[in-house]
Design a protein around this ligand. Structure first.
Ligand SMILES: NC(=O)c1ccc[n+]([C@@H]2O[C@H](COP(=O)([O-])OP(=O)(O)OC[C@H]3O[C@@H](n4cnc5c(N)ncnc54)[C@H](O)[C@@H]3O)[C@@H](O)[C@H]2O)c1
Length: 343
């Protein structure tokens, strides 16, 4: 139960207009603003989470926002619960073995995917970028009971091959792969597309697109009975999104790659998809200037009026790996609350 404290500086009682309440969870600060005519707003660390305007009065508005806040803390901020996975797994993906590349921390989209695959009964192999990243990824790999946990920096020659060799030795097969990595040097990402250097372009395309092709190449012989390959894209591949710049070009190439790979590997029962999530506040996203504005716009304009979570992305990805989705391939699936259908 959250403990709410009032803002003593503001007038309270009958004549007062707005009331503010604060609660803290670890280092996070929740703030509630309640108006006597039944409006209420919830902010977490200064960012609006929700707003209501249909409560009968101040008291009801307070109660509604309080309930929303409790639920929000439980689902988004409960750090102790975050790495927890159900002890009893669903059987939807039982027996399937997959590789998940791109977990940097518990905010990563790849972590949302890994949790979903594992909760549905699949086994998960996990990689980490380097020694520095290892300490953040290791507890997550443990929570996933990952039998394979290896370093993988795609710019280091041989590391990708080493991961697939280990999978071959340990599992002898692969059912799914989640490629959830992207990189662009700061000067390339934050500059205009028209100014991008050859080197900046090549690195962006190499890490963000070619590595998916190479992973598909290495996965193909392990998917003798079919399988599914996933990569993460973004709407900036289709539309000019402010500040997305050269990454939009790379994502366009990535989505096109998905279609060619789907066509080439389809006869072997290997399906290929891009997942296109709405904006999520991850480490990679912190390299994009004015990202908060993107989040606000997404929330305000998406038909669902909600930001997506890494769990939303994970579950949608896991669904596509299920045999029930056997005739769906080559897609770019938006998990964005419907944002992409709006003009
Ligand atoms: N966050 C968003 O709003 C958003 C939206 C749509 C798509 N995406 C895409 O989702 C994917 C995952 O990003 P995220 O948002 O979870 O951020 P993240 O920072 O958690 O994940 C990015 C991952 O890329 C990895 N990576 C970077 N360079 C690498 C290299 N040389 N070798 C191996 N791994 C490397 C990092 O280690 C990290 O694990 C990216 O493709 C990103 O473009 C993100």
């Amino acid at each position: 139960m959250l403990e709410w404290k009032t803002n003593e500086a503001l007038a309270v009682g009958k004549g007062a207009t707005l009331q503010q309440f604060f609660a803290t969870v670890g280092r996070d600060q929740l703030e509630m603003e309640i108006a006597p005519w039944g409006e209420g707003q919830l902010k977490v660390n200064g960012r609006e989470i929700t707003r209501i305007n249909d409560a009968k009065n101040r008291r009801q508005a307070f109660r509604s926002i309080q309930q929303i806040a409790e639920r929000y803390v439980e689902t988004h901020m409960n750090k102790a619960a975050a790495p927890m996975l159900p002890a009893v797994k669903a059987k939807l993906l039982e027996g399937k073995k997959g590789l998940i590349v791109g977990i940097a921390n518990d905010k990563s989209i790849a972590w949302g995917c890994a949790k979903a695959f594992r909760a549905f009964g699949a086994e998960v192999a996990v990689t980490y970028l380097n020694e520095k990243a290892k300490k953040f990824v290791e507890p997550l790999a443990r929570a996933l009971e990952a039998p394979i946990f290896m370093p993988l920096d795609v710019s280091v020659a041989g590391q990708m091959e080493a991961v697939f060799e280990r999978i071959t030795k340990e599992w002898g097969k692969l059912d799914y792969l989640v490629h959830s990595i992207a990189f662009s040097p700061k000067e390339a990402l934050q500059g205009r597309v028209v100014d991008v250097s050859r080197e900046g372009f090549a690195t962006t395309m190499d890490v963000s697109c070619w590595t998916f092709i190479r992973m598909a190449h290495l996965a193909e012989p392990l998917m003798r009975k079919g399988g599914s390959l996933f990569t993460m894209s973004y709407y900036g591949s289709q539309m000019v999104v402010k500040n997305y710049n050269i990454m939009g070009v790379a994502k366009a190439a990535l989505e096109c790659t998905v279609r060619y790979l789907a066509a080439e590997l389809g006869p072997k029962g290997i399906r290929v998809h891009a997942i296109s999530p709405g904006p999520l506040a991850t480490r990679a996203a912190s390299g994009i200037p004015e990202f908060d504005a993107l989040l606000e716009k997404a929330k305000a304009q998406a038909p669902a009026r909600s930001l997506v979570s890494i769990d939303d992305v994970g579950v949608a990805t896991a669904f596509l790996a299920h045999d029930a989705a056997r005739l769906i391939t080559g897609e770019t699936l938006y998990v964005d609350g419907g944002y992409h259908i709006m003009d």
